[in-house]
Ligand binder design. Structure first.
Ligand code: GLU
Length: 309
């Protein structure tokens, strides 16, 4: 496929947003974090950030949303920078085939979570980053990383969302305590979950998120925050584990590494080409954005950006 001009890309984004505005089956907004339950399911936004920093968007691209589990990508990059391959003694690298907050597999596998993108795995990653640091330092480092990646100091954590999740974090507390019982948690569960819910409460627009993902594109012009080998590996984990128990389905339909969040956002990397963020709050039963996935399928069909051609 011939290279697309920014105008071609803008036309595709506008076409996708117009079609998504008409969609009837929008999925169901997450309600288990009370603060997210009020988000308008009619919202839709998509943004593409190119290696040179050009960012194109359509829909509600100026409306911030809770990035939730997409934060796990940034925290993983920080953890790998801090610990390198030692991290893999505490968390696996295999798709889970189980729900994002499942405790079942943890029991079978002696407290070692399948991958860093299921909740248990992300909690272990946050625990690892906390070593020798206070929660506020870890959150400051996360904010610094994301702001640097996006080139945008306005990015912040929504404290109301964090408090709302913390008040109802029974399952995540259970996962943390279960890992503690197996010796795979170094800090008190409440401290780790307190940090984790704040990382998940990072708030961004699709424009900010697409820009923040450019460090994983691996093309000249992109912010160089991690090594090329690490970019390759984080993308591999996003492709195989980024959508919980529908990671295979996302890979099949879109063919690009992506990480979803229950706020309805998805960060998708087209290696060497672009970082893409999409947001539609309604979720599938597996907790991934229904229209966000459809929009990505559409974008890849029109751009030919799948890593599989
Ligand atoms: N903070 C959410 C939780 O732990 C993240 C889940 C998600 O975004 O998929 O339940």
């Amino acid at each position: 496929m011939a290279a697309l001009s920014p105008d071609d890309l803008q036309a595709i984004l506008t076409e996708i947003a117009a079609s998504m505005a008409e969609a009837e089956d929008r999925g169901t907004v997450a309600t288990y974090i009370p603060e997210l339950a009020d988000v308008d399911p009619a919202r839709f936004a998509i943004a593409v950030a190119l290696p040179d920093g050009t960012t194109l968007s359509a829909g509600d691209a100026d409306v911030p949303f809770s990035i939730q589990s997409i934060s796990k990508v940034f925290m993983l990059a920080i953890a790998l920078g801090r610990l390198g391959d030692q991290l893999w003694a505490r968390v696996g690298r295999e798709p889970s085939g189980h729900a994002f907050n499942s405790i079942l597999q943890l029991e079978h596998e002696n407290g070692i979570p399948r991958n860093p993108f299921v909740n248990a795995g992300a909690i272990a990653v946050t625990d690892a980053v906390l070593a020798g640091h206070q929660p506020r330092d870890v959150l400051a480092e996360l904010l610094h990383f994301v702001r640097l990646a996006a080139g945008d100091d306005a990015i912040h954590i929504d404290k109301a969302v964090a408090a709302s999740e913390q008040a109802t974090a029974h399952r995540n507390m259970a996962l943390a305590e279960f890992m503690a019982a197996h010796g795979n948690l170094r800090h008190p569960a409440a401290l780790v979950i307190g940090t984790y819910v704040h990382q998940c409460a990072l708030e961004m627009t699709v424009t900010q998120l697409a820009r923040a993902g450019r460090f994983l594109v691996g093309a000249p012009g992109c912010p160089k925050l991690v090594s090329t080998a690490r970019i390759r590996r984080i993308n591999a984990l996003m492709l195989t584990c980024g959508h919980y128990d529908s990671s295979g389905d996302f890979a099949y339909r879109v063919g690009l590494p992506g990480k979803s969040g229950v706020g309805g956002g998805i960060l998708v990397i087209a290696p060497g080409r672009a970082s893409i963020a999409v947001w539609s709050p309604g979720l599938t039963a597996q907790g991934n954005s229904r229209l966000g996935t459809e929009a990505m399928e559409w974008l890849v069909r029109r751009t030919g950006w799948s890593v599989f051609g």
